[in-house]
Design a protein. Structure first.
Length: 204
């Protein structure tokens, strides 16, 4: 189990013993941590910070210092890994300005390459509305998840009260559906397939 906090601590714990409460390993990043995720091989942890940095900590050698992946001008609010059917691994990061960024794993280099960035949810140009978001007019992406039906799809959930379903089959993000109905910020999203006789086969 990995846990990160606003002081910049990242701790690794084991749940095998009810008696142990001390971390098995830990590192310090010197930035407030907003989100983290294990990679698809459980070899490293990707950390997103409030100051806009993506950082990687290789836990196979916990003595190594965390390495920067990218730096943005806005907070990294959400990160998710995906193993694609083309054999590659991808990471999506949702930012506080409404953009998402996608990275591709390059195993031989033990690195991630930036593929694209896109405004998934546009900032509002309307007068300040306290219902819109904590930044009053930015459309923060609070959550994102890869598709359950295709690895080319993912969905983003935003402060602008919508979820957007994206297709990146041809690399350039294509908005295929905007889901409405929320009256406040959409802070979390998941995507599963339900195999039932009813017409409702997919839930987002």
């Amino acid at each position: 189990m990995a846990c990160g906090d606003f002081s910049g601590n990242v701790n690794l714990f084991s749940t095998q013993s009810n008696l142990s409460v001390e971390p098995l390993a830990k590192t310090f990043i010197m930035e407030s941590i907003r989100t983290l995720v294990f990679d698809s091989k459980n070899e490293s942890i990707i950390v997103g910070t409030m100051t806009g940095r993506l950082i990687r900590w290789w836990i196979q050698d916990v003595m190594n210092e965390p390495r920067p992946i990218a730096t943005f001008t806005n907070s990294v609010l959400n990160v998710r890994y995906n193993y694609h059917h083309d054999g590659n691994r991808y990471l999506i990061a949702g930012l506080s300005n409404g953009m998402f960024a996608i990275f591709k794993e390059v195993e031989l280099e033990h690195n991630m390459h930036y593929i694209l960035g896109h405004y998934g949810h546009m900032p509002s140009t309307q007068p300040v509305n306290l219902d819109f978001g904590s930044l009053t007019h930015y459309a923060e992406i609070w959550s994102a998840v890869w598709g359950a039906t295709s690895n080319n799809f993912f969905v983003t959930a935003s402060e602008d009260q919508t979820c957007c379903v994206w297709d990146i089959t041809h690399k350039n993000p294509n908005l295929i559906q905007k889901l409405t109905g929320h009256t406040k910020a959409v802070t979390s999203v998941d995507w599963r397939v339900f195999l039932k006789k009813e017409d409702l086969r997919e839930l987002i």
